[in-house]
Write a protein that binds this ligand. Sequence first.
Ligand code: NAD
Ligand code: UDP
Length: 309
Amino acid sequence: MRIVVTGGAGFIGSHLTESLLLQGHKVVVIDNFITGSRKNLEHLAQSENLHIVEHDITKPIFLAEKIERIYHLASPASPIDYQKLPIQTLKVGALGTHNLLGMAKAQNARILLASTSEVYGDPEIHPQHEGYWGNVNPVGPRGCYDESKRFAEALVVAYRDFHNVDTRIIRIFNTYGPRMRLNDGRVVPAFISQALRGENLSVYGNGSQTRSFCYVSDLVRGMIKVMEQSDQNPINLGNPAEITIREFAERIITLTGSSAKLEFGPLPQDDPKRRQPDISRARALIQWEPEVSLEEGLKKTLEWAKINV
Ligand code: NAD
Ligand code: UDP
């Protein structure tokens, strides 16, 4: 198939592109490199099946070739990135998603939206299942990202119901692995790079907030499975293994053998207190289960970070 990946030069997008090329597909990456980089695709550059288009998807784009699948991942994703780029973030979720849905409709292509666990906000239900509507502050510091993704989901559903576009929605929970920008502020690259540099680990709040970390290869396997099954309702993808941020910091210190200490700072406004995916739907629909343990995934990420720190 010929497959479009928006945001294909980003962290998850570059791993997805690699997997799709390995499966023998042709991949058209559309990216404006606002938070991604050509470097993430450098090792694939010799593939004649990879075509990279530099383009801001908030502006319309028309591709002459027949497209069969669209994975729509383009969006700033780390809290530091989207708070620096609030308008670009809202525009890519709204105008960018609109343009890609237009492409899906014109091309009769199937489109998958990479949504997020942030649609649940600071959740009052735990673990989070897809039926939960969420607890989002639209005017808080995370509003630009959360509402952009919530709008994108609503737009996808409108194109599905009004134009019969073949759509999929996944809600991705915290995912990590090689090629995350070490300075993107997200907790995995932040703690790993601090530990490798011998700096103290910047734990926000008292570290009792929880997250559940999924290794990128597990996520990408799930994404492709969701695309190739028939259910059009949102599906959570993430690893249910929940851990406090304090415990996570201690794991990083043990794994790196660093003598760094934990340094506690203020908890950012609206930081979700608990997050854990309920993946019953993914288990039932695509027989998907994360396979990479936190320890194994962190070791792989560390190997990469050591070379890139
Ligand atoms: P990333 O920042 O590494 O990748 C995003 C990519 O989108 C970058 O290459 C960036 O340049 C590109 N992009 C942004 N705006 C664009 C625009 N207007 N036009 C073209 N390209 C544009 O982030 P990531 O972690 O790889 O996230 C990928 C997707 O997955 C995002 O949609 C994000 O919301 C979603 N997601 C990620 C996580 C996670 O834990 N990594 C969790 C939930 C959801
Ligand atoms: N966090 C932290 N120190 C950091 C970066 C993040 O303690 O240097 C915390 C943050 O407050 C949140 C969790 O780690 O509770 C995950 O943050 P991240 O930015 O990775 O993503 P989020 O899940 O909040 O979108």
